[in-house]
Design a binder for this molecule. Structure first.
Ligand SMILES: [Zn+2]
Ligand SMILES: [Zn+2]
Length: 259
């Protein structure tokens, strides 16, 4: 049986974790059926690296943004550089951007200001937004609503809320992305979310090198493990992976306008 076609909608392939063996990582991804990947910047330096990688690899696209952890450093120069990178070839989204009140590595007002600024950039360049949200659902959803994010579209990446939050994200026009935690035996709300989200609004991701699925916990995550997450989502929904996988890939391609 051949592997179902999958799109890894959130990877950090250009991070140093993959510097020594990226060609092998990409070969394993292809062999596992992960035929398209989106590599995502978290600050100016990693956004530039994402753009450079996507320029070299035919099946890799890039997103540029400033992660809430780095929002404290997002001065005018950094924001201008992200704006310049956002129009580079093969940049298909603005992200990751958002709020993280779990670790609070940047002051909250800086996180909110940077998120608003980069949502406005997404609108100006006409590309969807990739949202990181941890322990900040109320604040994030309020800002996304004010920014009318549905008009450009976006992905709530590594979704960590419950069905109520998922419904609110769908109402805002967002797509929901599930990552490795949906495979964990102690996942509480995520199995219900996996069953709840309509099939045309669902995608999957690795968030590699972070958040490996069950069976690889404690290791570096990589795109070749994405089928484990996709298979768990398919199982929870009672759908064959052979149909859900390509369907989720189509959702990502439509939103990101990727061939
Ligand atoms: Zn994130
Ligand atoms: Zn990420």
């Amino acid at each position: 049986m051949s592997a179902p076609e999958l799109f890894d909608t959130h990877a950090h392939l250009h991070f140093p974790d993959f510097a020594d063996d990226l060609p092998a990582v990409l070969a394993r991804a292809r062999a596992a059926g992960v035929s398209r990947l989106l590599t995502i910047g978290a600050d100016v330096e990693t956004s530039a690296a994402a753009v450079a990688l996507a320029a070299r690899e035919a099946n890799v696209w890039a997103a540029v943004g400033i992660h809430p952890h780095d929002a404290g450093e997002a001065d005018d120069g950094a924001l201008a550089e992200i704006e310049r990178l956002a129009t580079a070839p093969r940049v298909v989204a603005v992200g990751e951007i958002g709020l993280d009140f779990f670790r609070n590595l940047s002051p909250r007002d800086a996180q909110e200001r940077t998120l608003r600024h980069l949502l406005d950039l997404a609108r100006r360049v006409g590309k969807p937004a990739l949202i990181h949200c941890r322990d900040a659902h109320e604040e994030t959803l309020a800002i996304l609503g004010e920014a009318r994010v549905g008009e450009v579209g976006g992905i709530m990446h590594c979704f960590s809320g419950d069905v109520t939050i998922a419904r609110r994200c769908l109402d805002l026009g967002l797509t929901i992305s599930l990552a490795g935690p949906v495979t964990y035996p102690n996942a509480r709300a995520l199995p219900d979310v996996a069953r709840f989200v309509p099939a045309d609004r669902l995608v999957v991701e690795t968030d590699c090198p972070y958040l490996p699925p069950q069976g690889h916990r404690g290791q570096r995550n990589e795109p070749a493990y994405l089928p484990l997450t996709a298979a768990r989502v398919a199982e929870l929904r009672g759908e064959p992976l052979a149909t859900l996988g390509p369907r989720m890939s189509d959702n990502a391609r439509r939103l990101l306008r990727v061939a």
